[in-house]
Design a protein around this ligand. Structure first.
Ligand code: AMP
Length: 280
């Protein structure tokens, strides 16, 4: 693994790779790396000659300054996790590399994909994501870019951006990586005690329960039952949404829907967790 800390140093490395006609897989992250991130890197390594993984806690995608402050950061531990990997470039840009003028999002029309779920509860979040991913795509110009289904709404938004602005970059989705018990891996899990991580399994249990109720129960009945299941638990539910996978719009019935997915966001001990599963 090689480390580059500036845009110009990365370009130097990439120019050599690209002049040899070799492919580049790109995995953007915010660090505090876990096995979910490493699975994306391995996926990218299988399909490309080289992998660029970036670690950058993007200030413009945090609507809540407290959340940005508390976001886990441990670059030294991250470097250790990547050290042994071959043909991997770790890109650690400074804020001024990505935002040379002002630390601000560009407004991009995201076809309403950014108005629901995470977009509704984290205003401006996807403007920040779209801004930083566009900047990274311009800098890295990868052959393929890898994103986790853990952030499924983000994945769909990036597919749209790529289709409109970066048609040459193939976007690859990677399934949600979970711990042995089923908790979706997340950098935020390390802010939780073992006990809270066990309690947080309620999210995955309810997502699985929902899958078993299709098509017997309506989407609304499922969502309401889940809200009831969380009552009196350690988790405070922010939203449960059953949506059409392509449009991310809420659905009222299963008819005429090609693929549906259920999403939950919930808070436990001041930590916000999200998860989702495909229903069909
Ligand atoms: P983050 O560092 O949280 O911004 O995540 C960087 C990338 O890793 C995003 O594409 C995430 O969707 C993906 N990712 C994070 N956690 C998981 C997980 N448990 N399973 C699959 N992908 C994940």
């Amino acid at each position: 693994m090689r480390i580059v800390r500036s845009r110009s140093a990365l370009s130097e490395q990439l120019n050599a790779i690209k002049s040899d006609g070799e492919s580049v897989g790109f995995v953007p992250t915010m660090g505090a790396l876990h096995s979910g991130h490493l699975a994306l890197v391995k996926h990218a390594a299988l399909e490309n000659n080289h992998v660029v993984i970036s670690i950058f806690v993007n200030p413009t995608q945090f609507n809540n300054p407290e959340d940005l402050k508390k976001y886990p950061r441990d670059v030294d531990a991250d470097i250790k996790k990547l050290e042994e990997l071959q043909d991997v470039i770790l890109f650690l840009p400074a804020v001024s590399d990505l935002y040379p003028k002002e630390v601000r999002s560009k407004l991009i029309d995201l076809n309403g994909l950014d108005k629901v779920m995470e977009g509704e509860f984290r205003p401006g979040h996807f403007d920040g994501v779209a801004t930083v991913v566009s900047k990274f795509f311009e800098i890295v110009q990868p052959t393929r870019a890898y994103f986790g289904e853990k952030d499924f709404q983000q994945l769909q938004i990036i597919r749209l951006i790529s289709k409109n602005q970066f048609p040459g970059i193939q976007i690859i989705g990677h399934p949600v990586e979970r711990n042995r018990d089923g908790l979706a891996l997340s950098s935020r899990n390390q802010l939780l005690s073992q006990e809270d991580q066990k309690k947080a399994l309620l999210i995955f249990q309810n997502l699985n329960w929902a899958k078993l109720q299709v098509p017997k129960l309506s989407p609304d009945t499922i969502s309401h039952s889940i809200i009831q299941n969380f009552e009196g638990s350690a988790l405070e539910i922010e939203y449960v949404q059953i949506v059409n996978e392509d449009t991310l719009q809420k659905i009222d019935s299963w008819e005429d829907v090609k693929s549906a997915r259920i999403f939950i966001a919930a808070h436990i001990s001041g930590v916000r967790l999200i998860d989702n599963v495909s229903l069909f």
